[in-house]
Ligand binder design. Structure first.
Ligand code: AHM
Ligand code: MG
Length: 333
C-alpha cells in the first residue's frame, strides 16, 4: 500500500537535482482536495455550501458557493506554503502574482478550474478539480507576468484532477505516465490504486450534451449519428453517457474507453471549455495515458494561448474515436 505522499517523495528521488518545489505544490493540492472533499460530503447539511453565491465570474457565469469556496481553498493552500509564484483560476478575473519574497523566488505557476461541473453540486452528482503547472518564463526573483500563464500545453510540467465521485480520487501526471490515488477518508490518505493508467484505443462511450444537437456543426452531428449506427466490427452503437462534469466524464472514458466532446455551437461559437484550465490539463493526461485531444484541427497541447480565459472546441479520449470524430469534421470543411 503506497500513499500519495510516499509516491511523491519516491518520484522526487529519481531526479537528483530536484529542489522539492513541485512536490510541495502537489502536497498543497492534496491538502486542498481533502478540504474540498470534506465540504462536498457535507454539502446537503449546510446552506454555506449549496446554491449560488450571488456573483458572476469574468465570463458572466453564475458562481456557486462551492466554486468560490474551492477557489479560495486552493489559493490559500498555495499561498500558505509559498510554493508557487502565481495562480490563475477560471473563477478569477485575472492571475494573481504571489508577490512575497518566497513567491517571487518560486519557479512554478499553477492554473486551475477549482470546481468543474458546478451545476452538479446541488443535486449530489460528481464534480472535480483540475490543475495545471508550468515553469515560469519570467526571471525568478521578480513577480510573475501574463506570459508565464500563456504557455502552450506542451510545456506543462504536471497536470491532474481530483474527482469527487462515489469515492474521491486524485489522478495526475508529471509527463511520465498517469497515476491514480483513491482517498481513504478514515485514514485521511490518498492511496495508489491505479498505477500507470492507460486509456483503451477504442471505446464504447460517447459523452456530449446531445440536447444541444441542433446547435452543433454538421461534422459533429454526423459523428453522433455514426456513434448510434449498428456495426459489429467497431461494436457500435456506442452508449451515450454525459454527466455534465468534464472530470467525471473524462475519468470514466480514461478507464473504460470513450470520447468526450464539447464542440463549437451556435450558442458557444468558440466552444465552452477553457484551454488553460480544462483543455490543456486533460489533453496532457489523455496523451500520457495513450489517448488524444484535439480542437478539431490541431492537437490541443500545440495551441499557443492568446488570453487567460480562452475557449476551445474540445474532443478528448480514446485515440481511434477522436481520430474518427476529427475525420467527420474535416469532411465538412
Ligand atoms: P464549469 O467549469 O463552469 O463547471 O463548466 C464546464 C463544464 C464541464 O465540466 C461540462 O462537461 C460542461 O461544462 C457542461 O456544460 P453543458 O451543461 O453546457 O453541457
Ligand atoms: Mg470546468
Amino acid at each position: 500500500m503506497k500513499t500519495l505522499g510516499e509516491f511523491i517523495v519516491e518520484k522526487q528521488a529519481e531526479y537528483p537535482g530536484a529542489t522539492g518545489e513541485l512536490s510541495g505544490i502537489l502536497s498543497s493540492i492534496r491538502l486542498s482536495a481533502k478540504i474540498i472533499h470534506r465540504d462536498i460530503n457535507r454539502a446537503g447539511l449546510t446552506q454555506d455550501i449549496l446554491g449560488v453565491s450571488g456573483d458572476e465570474n469574468i465570463q458572466g457565469e453564475t458562481q456557486m458557493k462551492l466554486d468560490v469556496f474551492a477557489n479560495e481553498t486552493m489559493k490559500k493552500a498555495l499561498i500558505a506554503r509559498g510554493e508557487v509564484a502565481g495562480f490563475a483560476s477560471e473563477e478569477d478575473d485575472t492571475f494573481v502574482a504571489f508577490d512575497t519574497e518566497r513567491g517571487r523566488n518560486a519557479k512554478y505557476v499553477l492554473l486551475t478550474d477549482p470546481l468543474d461541473g458546478s451545476s452538479n453540486i446541488d443535486v449530489n452528482v460528481s464534480v472535480g478539480t483540475i490543475f495545471s503547472i508550468y515553469k515560469r518564463i519570467s526571471p525568478v526573483g521578480t513577480p510573475v507576468t501574463l506570459e508565464d500563464f500563456l504557455q502552450p500545453g506542451r510545456k506543462q510540467v504536471a497536470a491532474g484532477y481530483v474527482t469527487y465521485g462515489s469515492s474521491t480520487m486524485l489522478v495526475y501526471t508529471t509527463g511520465n505516465g498517469v497515476n491514480g490515488f483513491t482517498y481513504d477518508p478514515s485514514l485521511g490518505l490518498f492511496i495508489l490504486s491505479h498505477p500507470n493508467m492507460s486509456m483503451p484505443k477504442d471505446g464504447k462511450y460517447y459523452s456530449i450534451n446531445e440536447g444541444q444537437y441542433v446547435t452543433f456543426p454538421m461534422g459533429v452531428k454526423k459523428f453522433i449519428k455514426y456513434c448510434q449506427e449498428d456495426d459489429l466490427a467497431t461494436k457500435r452503437p456506442y452508449s451515450s453517457r454525459y454527466i455534465g462534469s468534464l472530470v467525471s466524464d473524462f475519468h470514466r472514458n480514461l478507464l473504460k474507453g470513450g470520447i468526450y466532446i464539447y464542440p463549437t455551437s451556435t450558442v458557444y461559437p468558440k466552444g465552452k471549455l477553457r484551454l488553460l484550465y480544462e483543455g490543456n490539463p486533460m489533453a496532457f493526461l489523455a496523451e500520457q495515458a495513450g489517448g488524444m485531444a484535439t480542437d478539431g484541427v490541431n492537437s490541443v497541447l500545440d495551441i499557443i494561448p492568446t488570453e487567460l480565459h480562452q475557449r476551445i472546441p474540445f474532443f478528448v479520449g480514446s485515440t481511434n474515436m477522436v481520430e474518427k470524430a476529427k475525420a467527420f469534421l474535416l469532411e465538412e470543411t
